[in-house]
Write a protein that binds this ligand. Structure first.
Ligand code: PLP
Length: 386
């Protein structure tokens, strides 16, 4: 059934498999042999060279070009950051919310960070308007269109909601982007809960900024993130959050001026997250090597299989079932999600809990046997299902 060539060989690269049936990729992706080896290479480089700045800057540029391949964009449109939050803060710092264009329209799919950072701009004039979601985990288009006006500076969207896995469909993102651009606003897409599990094309979606990090479906590690900024926007946004790695010439060592890089590097700050570059590069290699289309097709097929098996067993999902409105995450309704996650973990079935739900995130390394283990562990604990 799988579209991943030799899934068994791919699974053999993850030491936690097959012991774990792993569905926590939306929390932290599994460690592959290559990411582990890459961390070891970092230590070897330290032992052999002490400091290895030339090699580390090369790794930074390599990760930048891998992220550019991931999104099908140019390398000078990519910043490598310390976290998704760091990227969002850099973007937010480029806006003047004291003027008439002070409105931020944010979906209620947002991860806390992407609500909090916009509210953090309120002392300098930002007004944040939230777009509510419906009971069924969908978020309607019309309230966005009604909220976006000539006062709107930013529209913040989370592609897949971290709580229940509901996705803003591509056709709605394009419609929101068209409205935002008509009114002179930019669209920021938080891709953290989806990038690495399927292809995302910011140009086709017509979004201006994509933000995320490397520890989930990109299989890297914590402490490193990415930011895509559309080429035409880079020159128009001058971040007030800055640092020497954001300068046109990081070696200028000039304390008398701020000369931001002409590329999206201007949204970076200080010393890059050196050890994390090693891990992120290996994780991205794995994703790009298998291919986003094969991964996307596998994730769609395996989540569909899980949805059908859950329906057959009477297991209720909070995630919308329409393929266009869901990503790699399925959220199972529970009476006590914390207890249920613990019970599943006793059977080596790894999930996470949020907001009354057990979250199961699927990746290319999940197979049909994993789905059966999940279904069995859930039906063994039927009293905790809602
Ligand atoms: C959708 C989404 N956005 C943002 C974040 C926060 O990212 P960071 O901790 O890198 O700032 C997360 C973390 O889980 C997330 O799921």
């Amino acid at each position: 059934m799988t579209l991943i060539p030799d899934l068994a060989a791919v699974r053999a690269r993850f030491a936690s498999l097959p012991r774990l049936a792993y569905f926590s990729s939306g929390s932290y992706g599994l460690l592959s042999d290559s990411v582990r080896a890459s961390f070891e290479t970092y230590l070897t480089d330290r032992v052999e060279n002490g400091a290895y700045w030339g090699g580390w800057v090369d790794r930074l540029e390599q990760v930048r070009s891998q992220v550019a391949s991931l999104f099908g964009v140019d390398t000078d449109e990519i910043a490598i950051t310390a976290s998704a939050s760091a990227g969002l803060n850099a973007i937010a710092s480029a806006f003047d919310f004291a003027g008439p264009r002070n409105k931020v329209v944010a979906s209620n799919f947002e991860f806390p960070t992407s609500g909090q950072i916009w509210h953090a701009q309120s002392p300098v004039g930002a007004q944040v308007v939230h777009i509510a979601e419906k009971e069924d985990g969908t978020i309607p288009l019309q309230p966005f269109l009604d909220a976006i006006d000539d006062r709107t500076a930013v529209v913040a969207l989370s592609h897949v909601c971290y709580r229940h896995g509901g996705k803003i469909p591509d056709y709605d993102i394009r419609a929101i982007a068209a409205a935002a651009h008509r009114h002179g606003a930019i669209v920021i897409l938080d891709c953290y809960q989806v990038a690495g599990s399927e292809r995302i094309d910011p140009r086709a979606l017509d979004v201006d900024v994509c933000v995320g990090g490397m520890l989930k479906y990109l299989l890297g590690t914590g402490g490193i993130g990415y930011l895509y900024v559309r080429r035409e926007l880079v020159d128009r946004l001058t971040p007030r959050a800055s640092g020497w790695f954001a300068q046109a010439d990081p070696n200028a060592m000039d304390i008398f001026a701020n000369v931001p890089s002409p590329s999206a590097r201007r949204f970076e700050a200080g010393t890059p997250p050196v050890p994390n570059l090693y891990a992120a590069g290996a994780g991205l290699d794995l994703i790009l090597g298998i291919g986003l289309d094969a991964i996307g097709a596998h994730v769609r097929t395996i989540t569909r299989l899980a949805i059908d098996r859950f329906a057959a067993e009477g297991i209720s999902l909070a995630t919308p079932l329409d393929d266009a409105r869901r990503g790699p995450l399925l959220a199972i309704r529970s009476k006590d999600e914390v207890a249920l996650v613990e019970r599943l973990a006793e059977q080596q079935v790894m999930t996470s809990s949020r907001d009354g739900k057990v979250r199961a995130g699927f990746h290319f390394y999940n197979d049909e046997a994993d789905v059966e283990r999940l279904v069995r562990a859930l039906t063994d604990n039927r009293a905790l299902l809602a």
